[in-house]
Ligand binder design. Structure first.
Ligand code: SF4
Ligand code: SF4
Length: 364
């Protein structure tokens, strides 16, 4: 079960200095981190163990390298034969991860095949993202949450996170990987549905890209300008991403805070679904402004920092941001995504008992 910790949570850290450490060196450091931290030690023989990660949108280059995932898969496989890699399908229509067929092809194209990692890939919420289990949480926004069925069925979960910024939540860390990443499609909709963007007509050139990419079909062209029918909008953010003139925006509002709080409650439910048996490894490598859903080769916003491990998703996210901001000499997350405050999710997660903001770094 999820519990509020009283003492500082431990975050193990293996630093990597300089730009772009080579992959062999990164793999060795990851092995050292796993061994020194002991985060995989609780996995028992035959435990069904989900290694949760983001396989990266087609054309995205920021995702965790498959060589690093193979190291984790190899260590987990020494403990159980029932390990698998997993993610869930996304809300957007024009994605290479909208259904399990496309999603598996994308994962394999990015090196996440059984031949390369030694374990299979299972998309945990079924062919169209409809398979979930209701997990009772009784929090402010949700009484229960809809967690992908095959994740909820597991004994253990190892959460691998490529730490990034995010246009709506400010931070894409372990909490987001749990909250949004373990939610079924309906669960993602429940989290997003409060965030409706608006069009600034003076910047709209009527190219129609937003309408063509809107999965809910709720953008109409009226008087030569895009118009969003807010009642049908599912808040997925596709239109914000595709608009080249920046005519579509979500302004900072309580709604974005709500999105973060909802995501945290889903994260709480994901951890509860595996009875608290989740551990976290976060990669501060090629940290980008946006998450791995973006089909781009984005530049890094800070030099490569290293890899962290912890049993606490809140502590590892807080430590990730603190390390990155210290290296940047400023709040780089706020600078690259100024419409939201990244720490809302961390503060709320601590408040509802998902983890602890107080941490002690153990450098390896
Ligand atoms: S993508 Fe942007 S510029 Fe094009 S129609 Fe939509 S709002 Fe207007
Ligand atoms: S209007 Fe934009 S945010 Fe709303 S459903 Fe359409 S693409 Fe998604």
């Amino acid at each position: 079960m999820v519990s509020q910790k009283k003492m500082n949570s431990i975050v193990w850290y293996v630093p990597m200095s300089g730009k772009g450490p080579d992959i062999e060196s990164s793999c060795r450091k990851l092995q050292l981190l796993i061994k020194s931290s002991g985060v995989l030690d609780n996995i028992e023989k035959d435990d069904f163990t989900c290694i949760k990660l983001h396989f990266g949108e087609k054309e995205n280059t920021g995702r965790i390298r498959s060589e690093l995932v193979r190291e984790v898969a190899s260590e987990v496989s020494k403990k159980t034969k029932n390990a698998f890699l997993s993610d869930t399908n996304v809300l957007y229509k024009n994605s290479s991860r909208t259904n399990s067929v496309d999603h598996l092809k994308t994962a394999h194209a990015h090196g996440f095949s059984i031949e390369k990692t030694g374990i299979p890939v299972i998309i945990s919420d079924g062919l169209f993202g409809r398979d979930y289990m209701d997990i009772l949480i009784e929090k402010k926004h949700f009484k229960d949450v809809k967690i992908a069925r095959d994740i909820a069925a597991c004994d253990k979960m190892v959460v691998l996170t490529h730490v990034t910024g995010h246009m709506y939540t400010g931070l894409g860390g372990a909490i987001k990987n749990l909250g949004m990443g373990c939610a079924s499609r309906r669960g993602k909709y429940e989290q997003h549905s409060g965030a409706v963007p608006t069009v600034e007509p003076e910047f709209c050139v009527a190219c129609g890209l937003c309408r063509a990419n809107c999965p809910a079909g709720c953008i109409k062209m009226e008087n030569g300008k895009a118009n969003i029918l807010s009642g049908s909008c599912i808040g997925c953010g596709e239109c914000v991403v595709v608009c080249r003139t920046k005519a579509i925006n979500i302004k900072w509002s309580e709604k974005l805070e709500n999105l973060q709080e909802k995501m945290v409650e889903y994260a709480y439910g994901a951890v509860k679904a595996v009875e608290g048996n989740a551990v976290y490894i976060s990669f501060l490598l090629k940290v980008t402004k946006n998450c791995d859903c973006i089909a781009l080769d984005e530049p890094a916003i800070v030099e490569d920092m290293g890899i962290l491990a912890s049993r606490d998703p809140v502590a590892i996210d807080k430590a990730s941001c603190d390390l990155i901001n210290q290296r940047s000499g400023k709040d780089i997350f706020k600078e690259v995504n100024p419409i939201t405050r990244w720490n809302v999710q961390i503060e709320y997660a601590a408040k509802i008992g998902l983890g602890n903001t107080a941490y002690t770094i153990k450098e390896i």
